[in-house]
Design a protein around this ligand. Structure first.
Ligand code: FES
Length: 253
């Protein structure tokens, strides 16, 4: 983990309230594990808390990384206005996805919902580079808030469900589960409802879940992000530090 004032290269709006920010700096040399996140300070005197945002894509040649976020409050609204200058970035943080156990020719299923989808791109890219076949299942509220389907489709088959049926299958993402062949591993990121549905359906497969949690320090010091363990609910894990990626069945969702 390091801290750097990274340069803002570009910012684009992908969908209503959803933005993609490209940052450049030596800190990208530290980024390699998909599923890790950056802790970003909004350049405002009255907003002291950093915002945890997952890494969407890493380009070591250009020394750039991309993050995608949804505007949900004053801090992210201010961040969406930025097109030049620098941002105070701490990271990369957390425990990301593991796929050393997969070998060329095996199948990975990647399941994401809404603003949980961004970190799955770097994961999918690295899996494909290793010769692993990927299938993506994505859930969105409506067609209007979809983004980067073309980009994911270039890596592997991509199926979509929308809550209102405006694109793909109508309904929750679970309507897509029986449309895929059983994978060797499942990787998922999204809200707890989505993660629960993945965990309960893919019971005979290795499953890794990336949790969303409210965070403060981002480095395991404040206990703002704790979740109870399944095996012993009196004990808990810190999502920022021991996660955000956990094996299915380890944490109470
Ligand atoms: Fe402080 Fe996780 S955010 S311990």
């Amino acid at each position: 983990m390091k801290q750097e004032m990274m340069t803002i290269v570009n910012q684009i709006q992908l969908a209503p309230h959803i933005y993609e920010l490209t940052l450049k700096g030596a800190l990208t040399a530290e980024m390699s594990v998909p599923g890790q996140f950056l802790h970003i300070r909004i350049p405002s005197a009255d907003l002291l808390m950093r915002r945890p945002i997952s890494i969407h894509e890493i380009d070591h040649n250009r020394q750039t990384c991309k993050i995608i976020y949804r505007v949900e409050g004053q801090g992210t609204a201010q961040m969406a206005e930025l097109t030049t200058g620098t941002l105070d970035v701490l990271g990369p943080l957390g425990h990301g996805f593991e796929f050393e156990h997969l070998v060329k020719g095996q199948q990975a299923l990647i399941v994401g919902g809404g603003i949980g989808i961004p970190p799955l791109y770097e994961l999918s890219k690295q899996l494909v580079a290793k010769g692993i076949q990927v299938t993506h299942l994505f859930g969105f509220a409506t067609k209007e808030v979809m983004y980067h389907l073309d980009k994911f489709s270039q890596l592997g088959k991509t199926l979509v469900a929308t809550d209102d049926g405006s694109f793909g299958e109508k309904g929750l993402i679970s309507v897509l589960f029986d449309q895929v062949t059983p994978p060797d591993s499942v990787f998922s990121c999204g809200n707890n409802g989505l993660l629960k549905s993945v965990e309960s359906y893919f019971t005979h497969t290795e499953v890794q879940l990336s949790l969303e949690a409210r965070m403060a320090c981002g480095i395991g010091a404040c206990y703002a992000c704790v979740c109870p363990k399944v095996a012993d609910p009196q004990k808990s894990v810190k999502v920022c530090d021991e996660g955000p990626v956990f094996q299915a069945g380890m944490v109470q969702l």
